[in-house]
Design a protein around this ligand. Structure first.
Ligand code: DAH
Length: 338
């Protein structure tokens, strides 16, 4: 080692002491230079390799250096012990970290909110498979064998009597064949139809089915009260419902259910096509033929059923003009659901 190299080492070591921000770092610097296997003792041991002429100066410099580090470390030690620990210090002028949390998908939101609303009326959630059979999806729902909904052009048949369910109504059948009344369920789930996709149609969508069957009298008024409660909870306290006579094979009488338009409050606007009402659900009193199919005695049970599209509720509630936006997974759309 030369005198020049020693000079450089000396300067570096003092710089390291000066830069030590906390006691822990300072101790590491001390051990590195002054420790038993440190840099300074190692250099002392190599003294005989230094040119004989340089040796006295070299020795003096090393000793002086050792004292300098000791003094510097002692001074720095009092400084860092006074400073608050580096670990709890935080710079409030730094820009914050940007978190981008995910959001519930509108379809999931409607399903979860609906389940919570119906739960307050005593409905629990029941589930059924997407792949159904002809009996549950059509026959037991009193759908005549020649009904057009069973056509290849409307239903995805999978071979034999297997099909992708076209509605959540088959869960009614599963529920009633396996449980005695009272039965009070909603069944959210996927449904499939051979529809050409456009702004309001999709081959795969979601429905929520409702079923209430009891051995105590249940009337159309109970159905209306149930859906009116749902409308108010979902669309706002001023929402109203109206029934229009309709036909479904599995209910008698059957109705179509409209909610008053929440955008114009019934005044007439583009959303409700100037009518003040928006068509939401199909519903009715469970047809006696259905009770026969599931093994209930039609003379002893009373009940209503309803079914509606989840996407439709989501589109109306959140002002989504195109059903395809719900499936494209464009983050610019999804981020708005936060
Ligand atoms: N399943 C019917 C559909 O997909 C909707 C429906 C209408 C369900 C009347 C019902 C009901 O439970 O009673 O169009």
């Amino acid at each position: 080692m030369t005198l020049a190299e020693l000079d450089k080492l000396q300067a570096d070591s003092l710089m390291e002491v000066a830069n030590a921000a906390d006691a822990e770092t300072l101790e590491k610097v001390r051990i590195r230079y002054l420790g038993r296997n440190g840099v300074v003792p190692a250099i002392m041991k190599q003294m005989k390799e230094v040119a004989a002429a340089d040796r006295p100066v070299f020795g003096k410099n090393v000793n002086q250096w050792r004292k300098e580090i000791e003094t510097a470390i002692a001074a720095k030690g009092t400084e860092v012990s006074k400073a608050p620990s580096n670990k709890v210090l935080f710079d409030c002028s730094l820009p914050g970290r940007w978190h981008t949390p995910g959001a519930r998908h509108p379809v999931s939101r409607v399903i979860e909110e609906s389940a919570a609303i119906f739960a307050r009326l005593g409905f629990s959630v029941a589930d059924g498979p997407d792949i159904e059979n002809r009996f549950n999806n059509f026959t037991a729902l009193n759908t005549p064998a020649h009904h057009p909904s069973m056509d290849e052009s409307d239903t995805f048949w999978m071979g034999g009597d297997q099909l992708l369910r076209t509605q959540t109504s088959p869960v009614q059948i599963r529920m009633m064949t396996s449980h005695k009344p009272p039965v009070r369920i909603i069944t959210p789930g996927r449904t499939y139809r051979r529809d050409t996709t456009d702004a309001t149609h999709s081959a795969n969508f979601h429905q929520i089915e409702g079923l209430y069957v009891d051995t105590e009298p249940v009337s159309l008024a109970d159905l209306k009260a149930t859906l009116a409660y749902y409308a108010r909870e979902m669309m706002g306290s001023e929402a109203g419902v109206r029934f229009r006579p309709h036909f479904f094979p599995f209910t008698e009488p059957s109705v179509e259910v409209d909610f008053s338009c929440h955008v114009c409050r019934g005044q007439g606007c583009r959303v409700c096509k100037m009518s003040g009402w928006i068509e939401i659900a199909g519903a009715g009193m469970v047809d006696p033929r259905v009770y026969e199919f599931v093994g209930y005695d039609p003379a002893k049970v009373f009940g209503f059923a309803f079914g509606f599209g989840v996407e439709r509720i989501a589109m109306i509630k959140y002002g989504i003009p195109d059903i395809r936006w719900l499936y494209e997974n464009d983050v610019r759309f999804l981020a708005q659901m936060r």
